[in-house]
Design a protein around this ligand. Structure first.
Ligand code: AMP
Ligand code: MN
Length: 218
């Protein structure tokens, strides 16, 4: 078990901790981008209310429900579909890294992460429901997004996606899952990360220049 991680049972022993469960839903697909780039897998994330990318899920109260019942309840609110998640889908539990200035030992947050493979048709149903019947649509969730796993000729795809801003440890959860599930090879991920750092540096320059739009000098 990696450092900072704990088993599901150990995590549940902390009754004064807050608990949150999130899930990566994915499926295989035969679709091809521009009719030639294999998409291979649909991996779902969401644009959150705070403008950060994250996984569907949320706070769960283990005194009132099992982690998986709580996660399924959260998914119904955010996706508009009751996606049953079970103990077998659990991947890891860990303390959320404390954000500077907000650390409080009495209310530490434990994150439980799940991964569930689905059929492509089920993923498409979720995407439809998330944009129509989901109670949280346009509120806590601004939209579902698919993670591009490929790299285009101009270097776009996974590398650009990874250069966005993510909630907490969501970027690591995504990358760990891509490797563990063999959706991306370590070499390809390394290459995407290298390119992502360049994109990130360019974005920083763009942001600096954008100050001019506000009439202010950077
Ligand atoms: P949510 O209701 O989905 O925002 O999640 C419940 C809590 O977990 C909030 O405090 C979030 O900031 C936090 N959270 C959500 N996703 C992650 C993540 N991937 N890593 C760390 N914290 C997260
Ligand atoms: Mn949520």
């Amino acid at each position: 078990m990696a450092s900072g991680q704990m088993s599901r049972d150990e995590a549940l022993e902390c009754t004064c901790c807050r608990h949150a469960c999130h899930v990566l839903l994915y499926s295989e697909t035969a679709s091809q981008l521009f009719g030639r780039i294999p998409i291979r897998y649909i991996v779902l994330m969401q644009m959150r209310f705070d403008g950060l990318l994250g996984f569907p899920g949320g706070f769960v109260n283990p005194l009132e429900e099992t982690l998986e019942e709580g996660l399924t309840r959260e998914l119904l609110e955010e996706l508009g579909v009751a996606v049953p998640v079970s103990k077998e889908d659990h991947v890891e539990s860990c303390f959320s890294p404390p954000r500077s200035g907000t650390y409080s030992s009495s209310s530490r947050l434990i994150l439980h992460f799940y991964v569930k493979k689905m059929e492509e048709e089920q993923i498409r149903e979720i995407e439809k429901a998330a944009a129509s019947t989901a109670a949280d649509h346009g509120l806590e969730v601004l939209g579902m997004v698919r993670v591009p796993l490929y790299t285009t000729k101009s270097g776009g795809g996974l590398s650009c996606f990874l250069s966005h801003s993510f909630i907490g440890v969501a970027r690591s959860q995504l990358m760990n899952s891509l490797l563990r599930l063999h959706l991306v090879s370590p070499g390809d991920l390394q290459e995407a990360l290298r390119s992502s750092q360049r994109t990130h540096a360019e974005s920083a320059q763009n942001l600096q220049a954008a100050f001019k739009l506000t009439g202010e000098q950077p």
